[in-house]
Write a protein that binds this ligand. Sequence first.
Ligand SMILES: [Zn+2]
Length: 444
Amino acid sequence: MCHVVRTRLSLLARFGWIVLLLPVLAACGSSGNGGTIAWRELPTPTQVPPTPTPDPDAFPAPTRTPTILTDAEIAQYRPNELGRIPILMYHGFTSDPQHTNTWTVTFDRFRADLEWLHDRGFYVISMADMINNEISAPPGKHPVVLTFDDASSKQFRLNKGPDGALTPDPHSAVGVMEAFFAEHPDFGRGGMFAVLPINCFRYPEAETTCEERLTWLDDHGYEIANHTWDHQNLADVSDETLLDEVGATKIWIDERVRGDGNLGNVLVLPFGEWPGHDRQVLLLKDGFIYGGQQIILAGIVGVTGGASPSPSAGTWTRWNISRFNTDPELMAYWQDLIDTRQVTLFTSDGHPETVTIPDPIPADLEKYWDPEWASSYGMQVIRYDASALPDRDLETPDDVLPPEPDSEGTPPSVDIPAGATPPHSEGSSATPSATPSPGRRTEE
Ligand SMILES: [Zn+2]
């Protein structure tokens, strides 16, 4: 698991820098803008992977010299790590074209989406690497994140053979992905599942348990994120219910997902709805005590916003991560913008420890450029002269882009079993401790 080691080593390399920043961060504090969450943030001590912190003694901090691309490689790959990263959002799947809707696509359509992405040099990365700005896509590739909400059985069915062997059902989104990833090893692999504990890919004739399904996903490069306990609209809940919904789900995921796929501290907002009160938004961002445990979130994911800014962009915030729905109309809209180069994509330099950005910056990315932010992760920012290179971008400013089709609406409600409520914890508290620490799995 080369990926795991790399992540942990670079995490450690980053920690020394975080300590240096602490006095500045303490002075900045955090401020609430209510439900819009668009202020500029410095990386905070919670800017760490959703996975646990490694034991420093086990992983001595390396000395790293960023590898700089040669001029020929720059000309070949045209890296631009200020570009945008699509985060695709899927809900329902069907085999029957008659049963599609805004939130349900056919498996054939899903496969076609993957084909389209692969044909254009996209590379599937994890949400954790996106949030941590540790993007390890090969040089010249465009990162993409695949996400799946609500944990339906059409997303993932896990079959058990007579010998006990576990195999994803080919008639599930994971089955489609596994076949596609196997055929296209240059595409990366992964996908983030925003899971509801009450809806853990369940179906009546299931041959496997919820725990087996989560473990299989975790073991195969997928991620399990927090979509609340039972998909309540957080816009209209009490503080107590908010903490139950988020805190109980975080602990539930920690108890079941032991590997790097644990994104229990990444909250995917049900219906894309923010809590109705500013203090509740701050609870999510500052952390809280639930069931005797400290709950510190690493990111909050919405359902709209279009192709995400790069984590190296000055406008990026892990507190409001943008996605777009994959209904055919909206998907076609973004595909057209990408194919006509009206949206400049993130193009990797292949090195997570450097941020390579062309000079001049394409017009549609100018608003993203903030040298202070780009270097604030402790990575080396590399600029190169792109003016002499052949022009490949139309560089159409955002303000002349066609309006986004109004097809997003509100994601569907989820079929909730009767009587399903999160286990209320007597130990919940709205008071975060004075020294927040990154989310940890319960067994460590
Ligand atoms: Zn949902």
